[in-house]
Design a protein around this ligand. Structure first.
Ligand code: ATP
Length: 636
């Protein structure tokens, strides 16, 4: 099941808040100054306009009361105020529509720019970072920030509106009566403080029980994975996991309710304070009106403004609490964007190298204290067919990654025609390479033809070349049987062009043949393959390797566990625990009766053994020793 965790809200310190908020404004202003200006203006308008409308509503009420009492001209004044109020309302609606439109287009621009910058940076990192769990985790969190960025900007605008709204409301009340303003402030501050503490405690509570939620999340995601269903059903796990999920959910809810209970008195205290402030203000204004010290409309003004001040203050607490996670991810985004990028190297590899030399290479993965390769040396000449074999974990794939230039050796060097790969522009090396890794790509959004043609996107796509590559990879036959042949989509999420039929799902081995076809389509002078036929049936595998080893125009480096397939390689390197334990031709290694022989013998069927299979060195016919022949442990 997946190991991905549940979303973890983080807690920020006040200073971090301020820094994060200013950083977001700076980032937005740099990306789209117009968006920021519109946000600021929009937020002020959104905070001020309701107050202005309330002010006119109060004037209308006073004028109406005057008109009721028979004051001359008061009726006309009331009508003018009503018209002004309506006009303000209309303006507000129009402003909101325009603002929404501008914000949407700006949000897109800002969000797109931020995520583009992040992906650019991701693509320019040192290769080893793609394998580094911490970098990938950091990238994931930074990505979350970039996706949430437009929302963060919106939340920030809301926070700004709420702050302006609280300040303007209190200032307005101050003009009505300074001590009413003071009472409202006194009620707001502690209740806001209490609510903020409550939301902080909720986050801390959430964090303290994150494991329960993470387990539940993993179970839920696992239950929905099609590839798990058969095992889950056969083992009767579905009901068991549903029960476990229910228990975890109920346990979580029980804890949450118990926690909430402890906060009820404090919440009541905060709400009580606010209600008391509201009632005090209203009683005061009613008394003032009765004593004719204030006009009638002042009731509307005070009632509206006080309730607006309290609502905005409460909203502010909610907004600040919910922005926590987004702001925490901002720091991840910054950390990610600060990662050093790959240094560009000028020196180009002009053509396929005549020799590829691995010189005393030692390698240790970042964060590990174990050498995976320990002084590996080998030389590969142009046109050679080389096989690398060894038990699981011997270091074969690591050696391939170093050869490809994805990792730099910890000590030692890979030299192409004598030039250290670390001094070369690695792209110029990649142009000469076709690589098939163990975890090859499946472009399931594309057709089979496109899957093959992605092997070479520099030249115009060729159908003939793709068909030839499919043939060499033993993929042509099954591709022809697909509903639209090589033009079929390879996922049942995709619909075939011009029909409602779904694409075809391929088997593991069929996908691997397609990946091989892509590798052949590239027609690169150097081919590196890490277990290229691990999922392919034995007959097809034999055909593929026969064709591959018949081609002398390419240098081939292949890792394989099935030793029968690489029997014809010019040199076989047997890696064991990070060192070249044995090297030579198949016949030489068999004759050596060492590790290779033991492995080879274990793979022979009893029948082969009885019949004296070729290369066992027992009854096998003599094979002319191909060049080069090297003694065990020596440098090629
Ligand atoms: N990204 C990594 N970080 C740390 N250690 C790693 C990493 N990748 C591989 N290793 C370790 O390096 C050693 C060699 O791994 P490698 O994948 O090169 O072996 P291999 O010979 O290709 O094995 P297999 O036949 O199973 O593919 C293993 O012990 C493995 O645990």
């Amino acid at each position: 099941m997946t190991t991905e965790g549940a979303v973890r809200p983080k807690k920020l310190e006040p200073a971090q808040y301020v820094r994060a908020l200013s950083e977001i404004v700076r980032l937005s202003a740099r990306t789209s100054p117009l968006a920021v200006t519109m946000k600021v203006v929009g937020s002020i308008v959104a905070a001020a306009l309701p107050l202005v409308t309330t002010f006119f509503a109060a004037l209308t009420t006073t004028a109406l009361a005057d008109a009721y009492a028979g004051t001359d001209g008061a009726g006309n004044r009331a009508i003018v105020y009503v018209i002004v109020t309506a006009a303000l309302g209309l303006f507000m609606v129009a402003f909101n529509s325009v603002d929404r439109y501008i914000q949407r287009s700006m949000q897109y621009k800002v969000g797109a720019k931020v995520s583009d910058m992040m992906f650019e940076r991701f693509m320019s990192l040192e290769f080893w970072r793609y394998d580094d769990k911490e970098t990938v985790d950091l990238f994931d969190r930074a990505k979350r920030f970039s996706e949430a960025y437009p929302r963060v900007l919106d939340r920030l605008a809301t926070i700004f509106t709420q702050v302006v709204s609280v300040v303007l409301s209190v200032v307005t009340l101050f003009f009505v009566s300074w001590w009413i303003a003071l009472i409202v402030l006194v009620a707001i501050l502690p209740s806001v403080y209490l609510q903020f503490k409550l939301s902080r405690a909720q986050i801390a509570h959430w964090n303290s029980h994150i494991e329960v939620r993470r387990r539940r999340g993993m179970i839920e995601r696992g239950l929905l994975q099609p590839q798990y269903i058969s095992e889950l059903r056969v083992y009767g796990m579905v009901r068991h996991l549903l029960g476990l999920r229910r228990d975890l959910r109920d346990e979580d809810e029980k804890r949450r309710m118990e926690f909430e209970k402890t906060y009820i008195p404090k919440q009541l205290l905060g709400d009580g304070l606010q209600a008391a402030a509201e009632v005090t203000a209203l009683v005061w204004v009613v008394r003032q009106i009765v004593l004719q010290a204030q006009p009638v409309g002042q009731f509307v003004l005070v009632q509206q403004v006080v309730s607006r001040a309290l609502d905005s203050a409460n909203g502010l607490v909610d907004s600040l609490s919910s922005i926590d996670e987004d702001l925490a991810n901002l720091f991840d985004y910054e950390a990610f964007m600060a990662l050093p990028v790959r240094g560009e190297r000028e020196r180009q590899l002009a053509a396929a190298p005549e020799t590829i030399a691995v010189e005393d290479v030692t390698f240790r993965y970042t964060g590990s204290d174990v050498d995976v390769l320990k002084g590996v040396s080998l030389t590969i000449h142009r046109g050679w067919h080389v096989a690398i074999v060894g038990e699981n974990g011997a270091g074969k794939s690591t050696l391939v990654k170093i050869l490809v230039g994805l990792y730099a050796p910890t000590t030692g060097a890979v030299r192409l025609d004598g030039v250290d790969l670390q001094e070369l522009d690695v792209n110029s090396w990649h142009e000469q390479l076709a690589v098939l890794q163990q975890d090859y790509l499946k472009y399931d959004f594309a057709t089979a033809l496109e899957n093959i043609q992605y092997g070479d996107i520099e030249d115009p796509p060729s159908r003939e070349r793709a068909l030839a590559a499919a043939h060499d990879a033993e993929a042509k036959e099954f591709l022809e049987k697909l509903p639209r042949g090589i033009d079929s989509y390879l996922s049942n999420w995709m619909e075939e062009k011009g029909s409602r039929k779904r694409g075809t799902q391929l088997s593991g081995g069929q996908w691997q043949r397609l990946a091989l076809a892509r590798n052949f389509y590239r027609a690169a002078p150097v081919v590196i393959m890490d277990e290229p036929t691990s999922a392919i049936d034995a007959l097809a595998e034999a055909h593929i390797f026969r064709r591959l080893f018949a081609d002398r125009s390419r240098t081939i480096i292949a890792i394989s566990h099935r030793l029968a397939t690489i029997e014809k390689a010019d040199v076989i390197y047997m890696l064991a625990d990070g060192v070249v334990a044995e090297q030579g031709t198949h016949a030489e290694l068999v004759a050596l009766r060492g590790r290779y022989y033991t492995m080879f013998e274990a793979q022979l069927s009893d029948r082969d053994r009885e019949q004296g299979a070729p290369g066992t060195g027992v009854d096998a016919p003599e094979r002319p020793a191909p060049e080069p022949t090297v003694a065990a442990g020596d440098d090629g």
